[in-house]
Design a protein. Structure first.
Length: 151
């Protein structure tokens, strides 16, 4: 169950091009954006990102780096750089009508990209390694499936 307050999205390259989806509803209808979605209750943002990519594009990814955190007074969005693991990109024909593979340079000049995704691409071009890398530390009183630290 989504919560509407905590969201994730990600940048993943396949053969040198970034994976985008064309959205089918809401304010982003018919525009392209970075795949992502809501974090479910008791779900880590990294797990939500990996789940959303699989659901929306059929692609398996692994969250590697936190590129950006975006905040509103009632919502946040974690933007990750993720490594492509496997899968052939395909539309889910529900939340999106198309998947696209574009270079960041191609994406930022398109009139059909969302403003947020354009800014994400600008940050990505400036720092493809990301700002905060995943730290392997896990406290002794928990496990890696319920804990993640970046920095």
């Amino acid at each position: 169950m989504g919560n509407g307050f905590f969201t994730v999205c990600g940048v993943t390259e396949i053969d040198g091009k970034v994976l985008f989806v064309r959205h089918t509803y809401g304010m982003a209808k018919d525009r392209i954006l970075c795949p992502g979605g809501y974090v479910e209750e008791n779900e880590l943002p990294t797990v939500a990102l990996e789940r959303e990519f699989m659901e929306e594009t059929g692609v398996t990814i692994k969250a590697r780096t936190l590129l950006s955190m975006q905040f509103k007074s009632d919502q946040w969005c974690a933007v990750f750089i993720a490594d492509y693991v496997a899968g052939t990109p395909r539309s889910d024909n529900y939340e999106n009508s198309e998947v696209l593979l574009l270079t960041p340079e191609e994406a930022v000049v398109r009139p059909d990209i969302t403003n947020m995704s354009r800014e994400i691409m600008k940050m990505y071009m400036a720092n493809k390694n990301g700002a905060l890398k995943k730290n392997p530390y896990v406290p002794p009183n928990t496990t890696a499936d319920v804990y993640a630290m970046f920095g």
